[in-house]
Design a protein around this ligand. Structure first.
Ligand code: DMJ
Length: 637
């Protein structure tokens, strides 16, 4: 537009009305330019300057006393969880309801209310920007990662020759039974709780809970790979479609960094690697990005809770003096390394390597890693050490990081075997009845208790046996078998043949729960997980028999009309159900059972490591991937 100087016009030669139009035009232009910033990619500097996110580090309110921890123990079982965060009733329980920032009851009610009905949810969920249902057969859409190259670097096909079908008819029948259990659990979830996080099988409705920051569909994400591996194609397709149309990552709630990582990021990554569907990769990376602000602490040790919308993070109210939990910040490595692989963005690996560096440097009492660490000072906050809740999957991720790196990650290896040595010297005990168990350590004093969560360690020590010092290999395999045997004993000594949340070895007890509050079973996988690994490592048929005992017990005591439920007391056959079908039952318990009754070529351990939620992640064969890249280049030249 041109402005001409008019006779009689004042100032710049414009009339008042013309000036007004000009100003209007200018302000319109400015608004337009600013608005356009939102459409620029995040990487553009201009956008970062104008639209920088404020990441706050609120001060943790928790006092961190032992009493706080105990207070959490009163949390109802349906708010239960992680190996790291552990059980509702166990001493190491995560008491989400006692988070200082979240009164539990009102929150739960508010969440259910906000969730609304299914129809409403489906209508209101906005589609994510990275959503794309395209399947990649050559990885062409990614600059950094080629799915085809990755597939060529696997030693064996992921699903084996015949989807792992065992030749022995009895084993095959057992495997089919497990598949039927999965279908039953899934169908009921779909029918009564679709899109919610878990199924409440007695009241036949959905549960949302407060661990996933407003994310929904935990059971769907946790089931994707199990459905795929079991060949439940229709069900897998339904799950995939839900991810496409309804998985909304733009939630604005307070989430457990650990839980979102192991279930959502792990589940999506694994679904991507198994199927090559770009959708899963994009969602995993998009979600991974939202977790990054939790690492903005003085030490880079992330806090346990993060608001996925604002990026604000803080520590659990119950954690000692605003500390972060070993099993939480120590259970990110596998997923974050894969996020870097897939996105080409080094930031994820940098974050977890920084954690590794700090843990390597810091002084460890008797070589042990306590469960609480300050993200501000980088010092241990309490000297409580446990291979069960609060500590567990940190150790698991050390050995699995080493294995997943194609045995290149020597630091992880050193740390793992160093930690195992300290555990053996300080925690491993033999009961008067000859059972080997892992006690807990409180500033040098032993608590002769072993949690169900700690039973994963049979499998962990087993898979690490071969890479230990040559003179220790057999010893590690024996130790793994002994621990697995003890955990099996905790099952056989109960009336239901399912194991309690925690069992003790004092006051005459041998692998039994002595406290009422430790008697429950919430469909946890750890004991079965160890059976699966020990079967693969030894092919001793007893592990399949033990797995079958567990199947029968689950069928008898946990199967209800509309799904599977945890039980409140494993020592009585007049069971009381807790009305919760945990998502890890679908992702872990049933998957490990299925693998136990399958041939070893279904998800072979030569190619895959399982994250702590049993989501298989491939071993990264850097040299093969690089050779492949060179070959591809040569061909194109
Ligand atoms: C799962 O979410 C994971 O295995 C986690 O590491 C521990 N707790 C549950 C299963 O018990």
């Amino acid at each position: 537009m041109v402005f001409r100087k008019l006779p009689g016009a004042s100032g710049m030669g414009l009339r008042l009305s013309q000036k007004f139009v000009f100003l209007l035009f200018l302000s319109g232009l400015v608004t337009l330019c600013f608005g356009a910033l939102f459409f620029l990619p995040d990487s553009v500097r201009l956008k970062r300057i104008f639209l920088s996110k404020t990441e706050t580090q609120p001060v943790t309110a928790g006092s961190g006393s032992e009493n706080d921890v105990r207070e959490h123990l009163k949390r109802p079982k349906d708010q239960e969880h992680p190996r790291g965060m552990t059980s509702a009733k166990g001493e190491t329980s995560t008491k989400l309801k006692s988070l200082s920032r979240k009164p539990p009851v009102s929150h739960e009610v508010a969440e259910e209310r906000l969730a609304g009905g299914k129809a409403q949810e489906d209508l209101t969920v906005p589609r994510s920007k990275t959503e794309s249902a395209t399947s990649s057969d050559d990885g062409a859409s990614s600059d950094t990662f080629s799915y085809m190259k990755f597939k060529r670097c696997l030693i064996k096909p992921p699903l084996g020759r015949d989807n792992g079908k065992p030749s022995d008819p009895e084993t095959d029948e057992r495997r089919e039974k497990v598949k039927e259990m999965m279908k039953f659990a899934w169908d009921n979830y779909k029918h009564y709780a679709w899109g919610k996080n878990e199924l409440r099988p007695l009241t036949r409705n959905g549960h949302i809970g407060n661990m996933f920051g407003g994310l929904r569909g935990a059971s769907i994400i946790d089931s994707l790979d199990t459905l795929y591996v079991m060949g439940l194609t229709e069900e897998y397709n339904d799950a995939k479609e839900w991810v496409q149309t309804s998985l909304d990552l733009n939630s604005n709630g307070e989430a457990s960094l650990f839980e979102v990582n192991i279930r959502y990021v792990g589940g999506l990554l694994s679904a991507y690697y198994l199927t090559g569907e770009e959708l899963f990769k994009n969602k995993a990376v998009e979600l991974g990005e939202k977790l990054l602000p939790a690492f903005s602490t003085p030490t880079g040790i992330p806090r346990g809770v993060i608001n996925l919308g604002s990026g604000t993070s803080w520590s659990w109210g119950w954690a000692s003096a605003g500390s972060s939990i070993l099993a939480e910040f120590g259970t990110l490595h596998l997923e974050f390394v894969h996020l870097t692989e897939l996105s080409g963005n080094p930031v994820y690996t940098e974050k977890v390597m920084n954690i590794r560096k700090l843990l390597n440097k810091i002084e460890k009492p008797h070589g042990l890693y306590p469960n609480f660490l300050s993200p501000v000072s980088g010092n241990w906050v309490q000297h409580h050490v446990s291979i069960g809740g609060l500590g567990d999957s940190f150790y698991e991720y050390l050995i699995k990081s080493y294995l997943m790196s194609d045995k290149m990650d020597d630091d992880a290896k050193k740390m793992y075997y160093g930690a195992l040595e300290a555990i053996e010297a300080n925690l491993v005990q033999k009961s008067p009845g000859g059972l080997t168990y892992m006690a807990e350590w409180r500033g040098g004093i032993l608590d002769h208790k072993m949690g169900h969560l700690a039973c994963f360690s049979g499998g962990m020590i087993g898979i690490g046996a071969d890479d230990g010092a040559p003179e220790k290999r057999q010893h590690y395999l024996d130790l793994a078998a002994e621990i697995t045997h003890t955990c099996h004993e905790s099952y056989t000594r109960s009336a239901t043949k399912l194991g309690p949340e925690a069992f003790r070895f004092d006051g005459g007890a041998e692998a039994t729960a002595t406290r009422l509050s430790d008697r429950y079973y919430i469909l946890r996988p750890e004991v079965i997980e160890s059976y699966m690994y020990m079967w693969r490592l030894t092919h001793d048929p007893k592990y399949r028999d033990w797995g079958w005992e567990a199947v029968q017990a689950l069928e008898e005591h946990c199967r209800v009309e509309s799904g599977f439920s945890g039980i409140r007391d494993v020592y009585t056959t007049t069971v009381s159900h807790d009305n919760m079908q945990q998502s890890f039952f679908l992702s872990e318990t049933l998957k490990y059972l299925y693998l136990l009754f399958s041939d070893d070529d279904l998800l072979p351990l030569e190619d895959w490591v399982f994250n702590t939620e049993a989501h298989p992640l491939p071993i990264i064969r850097k040299s093969c991937l690089q050779d492949e890249a060179t070959q591809d280049k040569t061909v194109s030249e």
